[in-house]
Ligand binder design. Structure first.
Ligand code: XMP
Length: 514
């Protein structure tokens, strides 16, 4: 197995992700925990030093134990990790000045040869990489040679092939180093990994970790019906059986048949103890007359916490709260606090709840990205149609029904949405689309059906492509698809007589209407 020594970079988890993609098992450990004894016990087959925010020129800055260099295994240092290696092994690092700091895209030219490490790189003579460093290496350590340089980083790629020590100034793990994967591939090949680790192995490890953490304690899991909390619930249930109870808060703002499907799957199919808290009267009552989007969100968020707490108390003696927190949620809450993502998460990451209830958190998906959670869900036998579901926001249909919410409007919206999604599935487009839904507009328009006048609601269809929900493009449906869908909605859904298609991208729009 491979050890990643974490010096505090924002993107350390991306290194782990790249390695998992290459079917290599790795663990991230903060540098403080990596002692001589730890290294001896862990016995890594290779080590990676992550980047980090500190400066190696500062006394007391983070370092690995020096015994790491005597293990005889390959080491790869990235950014701060490179500087650590150079400093430790007899080179020199200079503290950053503006003139030498470098952030963003850069191009590395090959200047030396080491076919093992650079194998498959520099196909076009230079590679695009992502730099983000203040300090820089001023002198490389004895035994090292320079394999690549960029205008701002004369020692962009350095290597001591005899000892199999490699160090790069840029971040090969990020998206903006398009061929970064090749460097990782070469590195793990050098270290002799077979690349046969799988999501099945991850499942076993995660289960063992949950058992160790929880012991014979009781766990409560808030189930939303979304992929993340569902995968977390099934995984935890596999680990600790009926020590787990799920609480599914039904706020009356779910899609057609959604509540029944969640209950059928978790209670009946997986036999997971489930409290189905049908609190729709409470939520719809509180939302009565509310039309401001933020007031809607806050009302729902606050009630959700109260209701969840009330039902969780029924379990009695629970010590743990399980959440389907993913790695991007972790980074977002650290690096973008105050940004839009905080508002986006305000419903789901029931902030403050664990402390308020005196519960400890179980977050078995904390290291994973969305597509890895889907792979894990697949591994756990969740149905493909369920795993591939589009995201659905915590406040549910409330934010797809601009203006005041009534039961009548929600019913119309549910029907229209079901027809629209059915159309998308029939045309085989569901998996190409990140998210698709109907918004019911708070306007009524005049129409003519048969010989009669109608005066009904207008709706907007929304469908977007996206990678992470942060930016999005509207989906280019064919005219045939759009007209067939409009016809079906107007014919099949009483209460709608006009259909529009929302062609706004994000930015400037958001995906949801509110
Ligand atoms: P926007 O509308 O901000 O949405 O472009 C981006 C993504 O986030 C989802 N979304 C939410 N998810 N609680 C959630 O769990 C929320 O309050 C919330 N608001 C928006 C939205 O569906 C899209 O996928």
């Amino acid at each position: 197995r491979l050890l990643i020594v974490d010096f505090g970079s924002q993107v350390t988890q991306l290194i782990a992700r790249r390695l998992r993609e290459l079917n290599v098992y790795c663990e991230i450990h903060p540098y403080q925990n990596v002692t001589d004894a730890f290294l001896a016990a862990f016995a890594p087959r290779a080590v990676i030093f992550s980047g980090g925010p500190d400066s190696v020129t500062r006394a007391g800055s983070p370092r690995p134990p020096q015994s790491v260099y005597a293990l005889g295994v390959p080491i790869l240092g990235i950014c701060y990790g490179q500087q650590v290696m150079m400093q430790d092994l007899g080179g020199r690092v200079e503290a950053g000045e503006h003139a030498t700091a470098e952030f963003g895209r850069a191009y590395v030219e090959q200047t030396g040869k080491d076919d093992d490490f650079l194998f498959g790189w520099f196909l076009e003579g230079r590679e695009q990489v992502w730099m983000s460093h203040g300090d820089h290496v001023a002198e490389i350590a004895p035994g090292f040679q320079v394999l690549g340089t960029s205008p701002g980083a004369p020692f962009a790629i350095t290597a001591d092939p005899a000892r199999r020590f490699y160090a790069v100034q840029f971040h090969p793990e990020v998206h903006h180093t398009p061929n970064g994967r090749t460097l990782y591939e070469n590195f793990i090949r050098l270290a002799g990994f077979r690349g046969d680790w799988t999501m099945g192995a991850y499942r076993e490890e995660a289960i063992a970790k949950i058992r160790t953490q929880v012991g014979d304690g009781k766990v409560i899991c808030g189930l939303s019906g979304g992929v993340d909390s569902s995968v977390a619930a099934v995984l935890i249930h596999e680990a600790i059986g009926d020590q787990l109870t799920c609480v599914f808060v039904d706020h009356g703002l779910l899609r057609q048949n959604e509540a029944a499907e969640v209950v059928a799957m978790f209670r009946d199919h997986y036999n997971i103890p489930l409290i189905h808290a049908d609190e729709s009267d409470l939520f719809l009552g509180a939302l009565d007359g509310v039309s401001d989007p933020e007031v809607k969100r806050k009302t729902i968020g606050k009630l959700f916490i109260d209701v969840f707490q009330k039902h969780a108390a029924e379990v009695g003696g629970a010590e743990f709260l399980a959440q389907g927190t993913l790695y991007p949620d972790v980074i977002e809450s650290v690096s973008f606090s105050g940004g839009p993502s905080v508002t986006i998460k305000s419903h789901h990451n029931v902030g403050g709840l664990p402390e308020k209830m005196g519960l400890k958190l179980v977050e078995p998906l904390r290291e994973l990205f969305k597509d890895e959670v889907r792979a894990l869900g697949h591994e756990l036998g969740l149905p493909a149609s369920f795993i591939g579901r589009h995201p659905f926001p915590g406040p549910g249909l409330a934010i797809r029904c601009p203006g005041e919410i009534t039961r009548e409007k929600l019913e119309i919206l549910r029907k229209a949405d079901a027809v629209y999604i059915d159309q998308i599935r029939r045309h085989g487009l569901y998996d190409e689309i990140w998210q698709a839904f109907v918004a019911l507009l708070p306007v009524r328009t005049v129409g003519v059906m048969g010989d009669g006048r109608t005066y009904d609601y207008a709706c907007a269809l929304r469908a977007v492509t996206s990678v992470d929900g942060m930016t999005a493009d509207y989906y280019p449906f064919s005219h045939d698809f759009l007209s067939e869908t409009a016809t079906r909605i107007i014919n099949e859904v009483k209460g709608i007589n006009r259909v529009t298609y929302d062609i706004t991208s994000k930015p400037p729009g958001t995906i949801e209407w509110e």
